[in-house]
Structures are given as structure tokens and as C-alpha cells.
Design a protein around this ligand. Structure first.
Ligand code: PGA
Length: 253
């Protein structure tokens, strides 16, 4: 049985004061829940305050990015050591916004995944096709390439620490959600691909989240699908009530 994972990607939102307000509200209701893995990924500037508030709770902290390097002359970058000092456990890697606006390549993404696993953090590797790619019928090709390259050279034993987030780019922040069946089809494809790449055991334990306009009104149907093991949530994670409702949905299923 794979434990469901609900992760909030706050993107470039929330000042420190706003972050504190949000996690205080969240932990009042959800601090002790253990049915689901809950992760919040605030901007770097809020990591310390958020980690302090969540330190005695079951809610984990993640970052939205990481450097593939250890330390040194990399202006503007943040290392694994800096993140671990702030009790970060999960790291979002290769989000479509980073691929598109910051030109992150599959090769760089793979180096980040390898670094994160080496340093005993858990990667959330994002993959997904654009609208144009879906309409031209190449969704599976795109996702397969991102996964094969992003997870290159990773030991099959590591897959229990890996989360893959399938996020169709056309559904991110647009209000358009993939139907539960469209999402399930790609999740099943990904699980079969992992089986082909590294074997049945790894494909059974790897968790595959859906992301793209997941919200309280569509979460139950998505999370009920056999190969959907949770959600990576942007907009709906910025409010404690809606994010809390997604945690509740995941723990009921
Ligand atoms: P959204 O974002 O829930 O606002 O669509 C999801 C994501 O980008 O991770």
C-alpha cells in the first residue's frame, strides 16, 4: 500500500508573516494526522519560520528547488546543506515553470535528483506535456523522455523515496483539470514505464501525484484512481481551509 502524499507548492507567494499565518492555521487542525504525508513548500524566505512552527507536528516541509552543486560561487542558489539545516525533507525538482522560464534541462534535473537522493532528501520530480503536445498525440512520448532522463542512473532501491508529479502543463493554474480518467491513464503509463526501467518492486512503491488545478471539488475523484497517490497543489494550497479539505479527502480514500 502506498501512502498518499498531499503537497502544497506555494510558488512565489506569501511573505513570512503570511506564511506563518497559513501554517499556524493548518497545524491547528492537521498537526497530528498520520494517514497521509502532508508537505508544504513555501518560498525560501519563509522556510525557517515554517519549519519552526511545524517542528513538533506530522506536517513536513519541502523546498521548491535546489542547486545541483554542493557549495561555492553559484550566485542566487541554495544548497542541500542549507535546506537540511532548516529541516527540509522534500524537494520539488523540474517543475514546468522552471523548465519553461528558467530553461532547466532534463540533464540538470537529473543531477538535482541524484544530489537530493544522495543527501537523503526526497525528490518530487515533475513531468507533464503542454497543450500543443497533448493535441498532437505525443503526451506519452514527452512524459517518457522526461522520466527516462530525469531518473537516469537511479538505483531501483531508491524508488520508495521518489515521488513523481504528473502535471499536465495545460492544467496548471488554468482551472482546467485533467479528467480523472485522463490522469489515471498517464499515471498507469508512468507506472508501467518504471516497471520496464527498473522492475516491479520499484514500480509498486514509487508514488505518483497528480498536479494541475486540483481542488476540493475534484480531489476525491482524482485521488480514488488506482495509480494516483496524491496531489501537488498550487492555488488551492494557499488557503488553509481548501488545503485542509484536500488532506481530508486523501485520508478518507
Ligand atoms: P495549480 O498548480 O494547482 O495552481 O494548478 C499546481 C502546480 O503547479 O504544482
Amino acid at each position: 500500500m502506498r501512502k498518499k502524499i498531499i503537497a502544497g507548492n506555494w510558488k512565489m507567494n506569501k511573505t513570512v508573516a503570511e506564511s506563518i499565518e497559513l501554517v499556524e492555521e493548518l497545524q491547528r487542525v492537521h498537526a497530528d494526522q498520520t494517514a497521509v504525508d502532508v508537505v508544504v513548500c513555501p518560498p525560501y524566505t519563509s522556510l525557517k519560520s515554517v519549519s519552526d512552527i511545524l517542528s513538533n507536528t506530522q506536517i513536513h516541509v519541502g523546498s521548491q528547488n535546489i542547486s545541483a552543486e554542493d557549495s561555492g560561487a553559484y550566485t542566487g542558489e541554495i544548497s542541500h546543506e542549507m535546506l537540511k539545516e532548516l529541516y527540509v525533507r522534500y524537494v520539488i525538482i523540474g517543475h514546468s515553470e522552471r523548465r519553461e522560464y528558467f530553461k532547466e534541462s532534463d540533464d540538470l534535473i537529473n543531477r538535482k535528483v541524484l544530489k537530493v537522493l544522495e543527501k537523503k532528501l526526497k525528490p518530487i520530480l515533475c513531468v507533464g506535456e503542454s497543450l500543443e503536445q497533448r493535441e498532437s498525440g505525443i503526451t506519452e512520448d514527452v512524459v517518457e523522455k522526461q522520466i527516462r532522463l530525469g531518473l537516469r542512473d537511479i538505483n531501483p532501491d531508491m524508488y520508495s523515496d521518489i515521488v513523481i508529479a504528473y502535471e499536465p502543463v495545460w492544467a496548471i493554474g488554468t482551472g482546467k483539470t485533467a479528467t480523472a480518467q485522463q490522469a489515471q491513464d498517464v499515471h498507469y503509463f508512468i507506472r508501467c514505464l518504471i516497471k520496464e526501467m527498473v522492475g516491479l518492486d520499484a514500480s509498486n512503491v514509487v508514488r505518483i501525484q497528480y498536479g494541475g488545478s486540483m481542488k476540493p471539488s475534484n480531489a476525491e475523484e482524482l485521488l480514488s484512481q488506482a495509480d494516483i497517490d496524491g496531489g501537488l497543489i498550487g492555488g488551492a494550497s494557499l488557503d488553509a481551509v481548501s488545503f485542509g479539505s484536500l488532506i481530508d479527502s486523501a485520508s478518507r480514500i
